[in-house]
Design a protein around this ligand. Structure first.
Ligand SMILES: [Zn+2]
Length: 141
């Protein structure tokens, strides 16, 4: 279960629209709670690390980005709780590529951007056996 404020959800939508027709991507920072909830505290956009010609359909986060962002999150008493990216002209459902490159445990937020306009925002969690993504319930704050 992921809690996210409308302002942070809007920030993801805005970024998805801004970089359209490319994919935006970034980190989701927040806190883990004992009842399984994750509470979003901030979002952290990163530059698309892929080659320019591939940007429209593939996002990638480099390990050095992860280390840098995790350090910044820690300094603010936050953790990396997941990642977000946009699907230009595709539904807000994870692709096979997304599944193959995902890690269990984190939340994967996807915003669909159709014709430059952001629509649905969904969150997904990889099954422990990595075979499937399960949609995660979002609690709007
Ligand atoms: Zn994707």
């Amino acid at each position: 279960m992921l809690e996210i404020g409308k302002d942070l959800a809007q920030a993801i939508r805005d970024e998805g629209e801004k970089v359209y027709p490319n994919e935006c991507c970034g980190f989701v920072l927040g806190t883990f709670h004992e009842d399984g909830r994750r509470k979003t505290g901030d979002v952290f956009p990163i530059d698309n690390a892929r080659e320019a010609e591939e940007q429209y359909h593939r996002f990638k986060i480099e390990p050095e980005d992860f280390i840098r962002v995790e350090k910044e999150a820690r300094a603010r008493n936050l953790d990396v709780i997941g990642f977000y990216h946009s699907h230009p002209d595709h539904s807000a459902r994870p692709s096979d590529y997304d599944r193959q490159h995902a890690l269990p445990f984190y939340s994967y937020l996807i915003v669909s951007v159709e014709g430059g306009k952001a629509h649905g925002l969904t969150s997904w969690e990889l099954a422990a056996d990595r075979v499937a993504f399960m949609e995660e319930k979002i609690i709007w704050q």
